[in-house]
Structures are given as C-alpha cells and as structure tokens.
Design a protein around this ligand. Sequence first.
Ligand code: FAD
Ligand code: NAP
Length: 308
Amino acid sequence: MENKLYDVIVIGAGPAGMTAAVYASRAGLNVLMLEKGAPGGQMVNTYEVENYTGFEKISGPDLSMKMFEHTQKLGVQYAYGDVIGLVDEGKTKVVLTDSYKYQTKAVIIATGTINRRLNAKGEDKLAGRGISWCAICDGAFYRNKDVVVIGGGNSAVEEALYLSGICRKVTIIHRRDEFRAEKIAQERVAASEKIVFELDSVVESFNEINDKLGSVTVKNVKTNNTKDILCDGAFIYVGQDPVTSMFKNVISLNKNGYIITNDKMETNLLGIYAAGDVTVKDLRQIITATNDGAIAAQNALKYIESIH
Ligand code: FAD
Ligand code: NAP
C-alpha cells in the first residue's frame, strides 16, 4: 500500500478520464490517473474524428495525444495500472491494481467499454489470424485484399470506409437491411465503389485456410440460404460492453453492467463518480465523455471540500 493519500484517482485515460483529470488538477487537487493500456481509450483505435467541436477532422491518435499532453502540462500524475478492485472505507477509498494499493479521497471511474465478440464458430481460433476488432491497427495487413466488416452501427460503417481506402473490396455484413449508423456515414459507404453489402445476414462461421482466415459463412436470415465469402480479413464491430466487472459488488450497475449515475455523475456511493461510456446514457461519444468527466471532477471537488 502506498502511504500517500491522493485527492482524486481517475481510473481510465480515455476522453472522460483525461478531462476529469484536467478539471480536477486545475481545481488544485492532487490527481492520479491510472490506465492499463495507452492514453486515449477508444480514440486510439479511431481513424478520423469529425464530430469533436473545434476540429473538423482530427485523427483519433492525435486527439488522444493532445488530451494526454494537456493532463501532463497540468501536473496530473499518470501511472500504469490495471484496476482490479475498489474498497470504500468512507472518507478514504482504496483502489487496487494488479500490483499496488492506492488511497484516495475520491474516485472517478472512466473505464469505458470493450469491443463485443460475435461468438461465432472459429472466432476464438482465428482472432489475430485474420479476425480483428481494430481497422486502424490491422487494416494495413490487408492492402489490396478482400475483407469483411460485420455490424451496422457507426463503428462498422466508418471503419469500412477507412478500409475501403486500403483494401480491394470490403463487404459489410449486417443482420438487418437498415443501418443504425449516422446518415452521413451511410451515404458515404453507399457511394463507394469498393464497398458491397450482405444484408439480412449473420455470420455462421469463420473458416480457416492454411492456418488463417480464408472465408466466412453467412446465412441470410430471411431465406435461410447460406454462402461462403472469401476474405483475408474480418473486422467485427457489433457493439460494446462496459468494463465494470471489478466494481460490480461495490457500486450500482444496470442490468447490462453500466454504472448508474445521477446528473452530477455521482454513483450510489459518496465520493465515487463515474464518467463516459461506462455510464448509463443515450449518446456515447467523445464529446459526451468529456462532458461527463468535467462534471464528475467538479462534484468530486465539492465532495472533498465538504469532508475537510
Ligand atoms: P474509453 O475511450 O473506452 O476509455 C476507457 C479507458 O479506460 C481505456 O483507455 C481503457 O484502457 C481504460 N481502462 C479500462 N479498464 C481499466 C482498468 N481496469 N484499469 C485501468 N484502466 C482501464 N466518438 C466520437 O465522438 N467520434 C468518433 O468519430 C468516434 N469514432 C469511434 C470509432 C470506433 C471504432 C469506436 C469503437 C468508437 C468511436 N467513438 C467515436 C466513440 C468514442 O470513442 C467513445 O464514446 C469514447 O472514447 C468514450 O470515452 P471514455 O473515456 O468513456 O472511454
Ligand atoms: P452499436 O451502435 O451498438 O452498433 C452495433 C451494431 O452491431 C448494430 O448494427 C447491431 O445490429 C450489430 N450487432 C450487435 N450484436 C450483433 C450480433 N450478435 N450479430 C450481428 N450483429 C450484431 O455499436 P458501435 O457501432 O460500435 O458504436 C458504439 C458507440 O460508439 C455508439 O454509441 C456509437 O454512436 C459510438 N460511435 C460514434 C462514432 C461517431 O460519432 N462517428 C463512431 C463510432 C462509434 P442492430 O442494428 O440490428 O442492433
């Protein structure tokens, strides 16, 4: 256990966590931000962001670095840590990582979400051998090759567009005949000559050829017909799940595992706040994550002042 008592520990350095850290630090609080991956969260894996006000277009990694540099200029302490638990001891909270215990007056949870698996046959075996959840990380492996993208939300449609700039052909496989992605993104994929659609279709299996992905078998849910689509890569974008398993016995979650907060980003426990995609909310975006982070930090400050 570290002897030091922090004012605020922020768990997760995505846009929600980094904004919380900026606000808390500017308020004069002693802030530690713990992150198990790279600063930026989901932004690191996003090719281009076009809806964060002030930046008509900015790459996800660039926006991540700008936010991180901002935290560092303000003196936010940053440490690697995979948080595995949280203990509420009243005025002191203990944050447990895989290797340390940290003490703090207030906690802001901003652990975001992780990509959901499809749980189709062959997925586990071929993960990393043709199957990926990140076009910006792995797209370049498929230059001038054929790939499929599974899903119909913003992620699937936008990442399909990104892949169409690299690959020979991109097939979007979606279980319905309507997309939930924003209209502007739908219009762009419809206009692309490299993108084709396999609608009303679900993946039955990912098939191996020579030790790596060689095709996917899809079933049309209206006709029940199946067919194989030859491909070198498959990118799965079928939604996200919240990263909250380590908090499930501590704070209130909804039935899907998202953290329940009020409009002050307070959880059911005094001094513990949550911000960003990990919370119950309608719109999961960078800008709404930063909004939550600012509110959480502001209320953490008021809480800390109240316990003096
Ligand atoms: P995240 O960005 O998920 O960050 C959470 C952080 O917490 C991560 O860095 C993670 O490693 C860390 N963490 C998790 N568990 C632990 C732990 N146990 N210990 C320590 N650290 C932990 N939004 C837009 O506004 N515009 C876009 O163009 C856009 N494009 C997107 C493209 C894709 C492919 C995806 C998947 C999402 C996109 N989004 C976009 C949504 C946006 O990225 C999210 O809404 C936003 O990143 C949420 O921020 P967050 O800080 O809440 O969570
Ligand atoms: P999402 O919006 O939840 O969409 C998931 C897609 O996968 C849906 O089309 C869904 O189909 C499909 N799907 C879910 N489970 C499936 C299954 N088992 N089999 C086949 N298909 C399945 O997820 P997302 O696209 O990853 O987006 C996540 C969040 O990030 C959203 O809030 C989104 O707005 C945000 N985001 C924003 C941007 C942006 O602002 N530009 C970009 C990317 C992501 P149905 O439609 O039939 O349910």
